[in-house]
Design a protein around this ligand. Structure first.
Ligand SMILES: [Zn+2]
Length: 204
């Protein structure tokens, strides 16, 4: 019996057309590099993977993150989660900016599971951002999720686009804040928040 000589063509793996690796390859060449040299050979794939991770916040949503972790409580003192580290990319230069976020809110009837707040921060940090918008997005998201009496968010960050290029001010930081509800209207509440996070200007 003759072997069945079916010809199996091995198809090359289907090109994922949303890969940015070819663009990185092209960019390396335009920067005057040799994309084929050993150290750079796999760089386009690595950059693709790294950028996917650094922008993974686009593929997250609040409902999934909170996943029912909202609790009815009779608690009307300020909830503060401070020193939440974050790493983001500035949308103007695609360079990192990083620092800390401090979040506070005054519950009305519901609180969020504490571990969820850093995840909300990550959801917005892992996108192309400007610090001001990221700060506001975090505040607004918490406001919408639990309708508290107020929310305060302070973000302290250092920007590589300032540190490595342009003005080259290596120790300058930027601070942004978003105050909603009673945090906006009442100085005493705002001051309590500031003293709880022990805000020291750019001393981070
Ligand atoms: Zn920038």
């Amino acid at each position: 019996m003759k072997a069945n000589k079916a010809v199996v063509k091995v198809m090359p793996p289907k090109q994922v057309d949303d890969s940015i690796a070819p663009l990185v390859h092209e960019m390396l060449a335009k920067l005057g590099e040799d994309p084929a040299r050993e150290g750079l050979a796999r760089t386009p794939e690595r950059v693709d993977k790294a950028l996917r991770f650094l922008t993974s916040g686009y593929r997250m949503n609040v409902e999934t993150i909170l996943n029912g972790a909202l609790y009815e409580v009779k608690y009307d003192e300020m909830v503060v989660v401070k020193d939440i580290e974050f790493f983001s990319l500035c949308e103007h230069h695609l360079l990192p900016f990083f620092g800390k976020v401090h979040v506070a809110y005054l519950p009305k009837s519901r609180v969020i599971g504490l571990s969820k707040i850093p995840r909300i921060v990550d959801m917005f940090a892992r996108r192309l951002q400007i610090q001001e918008r990221m700060t506001q997005d975090i505040a607004r998201t918490i406001q919408e999720a639990i309708d508290p009496v107020g929310v305060g968010v302070i973000c302290e960050a250092r920007h590589f686009c300032m540190m490595m290029r342009g003005v080259e001010k290596q120790h300058s930081g930027a601070m942004t804040s978003a105050m909603l509800g009673i945090f906006r209207d009442r100085k005493k509440t705002r001051d309590e928040f500031l003293s709880l996070v022990n805000y020291r200007g750019n001393g981070f």
